[in-house]
Design a protein around this ligand. Sequence first.
Ligand code: NAD
Length: 351
Amino acid sequence: MQPFVYNALPSRVVFGFGTLAQVADEIRGLGCSRALVLTTPFQREAGEALVSQLGELAIGLYDNATMHTPVEVTREALEVVKNSGADCVVALGGGSTIGLGKAIALNTDLPQIVIPTTYAGSEATPIIGQTEKGLKTTQRTLKVLPEVIIYDVDLTLSLPPTMTVTSGMNAIAHAVEALYSKDANPLISMLAEQGIAAIARALPSLQVNPADKEARSDALFGAWACGVCLGAVGMSIHHKLCHTLGGSFDLPHAETHTVVLPHAVAYNADATPDVMARIARALGAESAAQGLFDLAAKHGAPTRLADIGMNEADIARAVDIACSSPYWNPRPIEPAAIWELLENAFNGHRP
Ligand code: NAD
């Protein structure tokens, strides 16, 4: 056994079907009584329904959460927090909504109850990414770790088929990079394999029947497991590239993870053969990189950066940004090889 250091994170998790009914109890459990509900314009109706369900425990709805947590949106939301006298936030939605809740917590220390409706995993991490003037920066601080996560499998039944796959691949990316992280440890690696396997098992069933409750339950468990991995250990080249492409080129988050992941894994394959074997085993595939590519491609997810808004002319700048302040990576960062990785992802080559 390799020596390791493991930091456990404090968080309360409520997981099940119909658990949305427990939000009021969780607000009271935190000693709060004035919740500001957060969501996106797309999920406004669900946000309004939650506000009315909470009655006098809710003091309003802010429904302008935006992908990549732009600082202008956070400023606007902080005004609403100040004027409403909110004593906690309830984030209902995907990583964008949860990101806004974290940004509010960073500035105010208000406690957060988060109700994830995608598989992005942000709810389980003390990480916040924020975008200002076209650059996304991330920081780790316990100030943004949500106090309570309520997973309600029923809320994921509406996740559209393509987003189900891309969001699931986003989750898998956290587990994959946890396995070769410089802080890897046996507990998180076990969870990483379980998370990858649960999502890989769920996606084929969900393509046939998006309302398959057992498969939705597997996928949401997998999202939690993978989110815990992201929260516990450092990430590498894959996350660096995705932060670069999302923050500086405004590419969509989950789709970018989906397209880049097989290529990032191929980049690290020779440096981490044992990890590749674990990923392949969890996927039930011969090869980690090809297994990941096939999992996305077979279930209707995009496989080319060209198809999700990237211009080929921007690859050079993406290489510069990603290589100028790289995250630790098991294989040294070689700009020419990163360029090739992005070219392959741009064209959708099977690794
Ligand atoms: P998202 O939150 O932007 O959601 C995408 C769209 O899908 C939104 O319009 C949303 O309202 C809608 N949606 C969400 N759940 C739905 C459902 N069940 N049914 C129908 N529509 C639904 O997308 P995301 O991929 O979950 O999150 C991306 C953001 O999360 C990025 O900004 C990323 O940086 C951040 N993120 C942060 C961390 C972290 O640890 N800090 C981790 C993962 C992702």
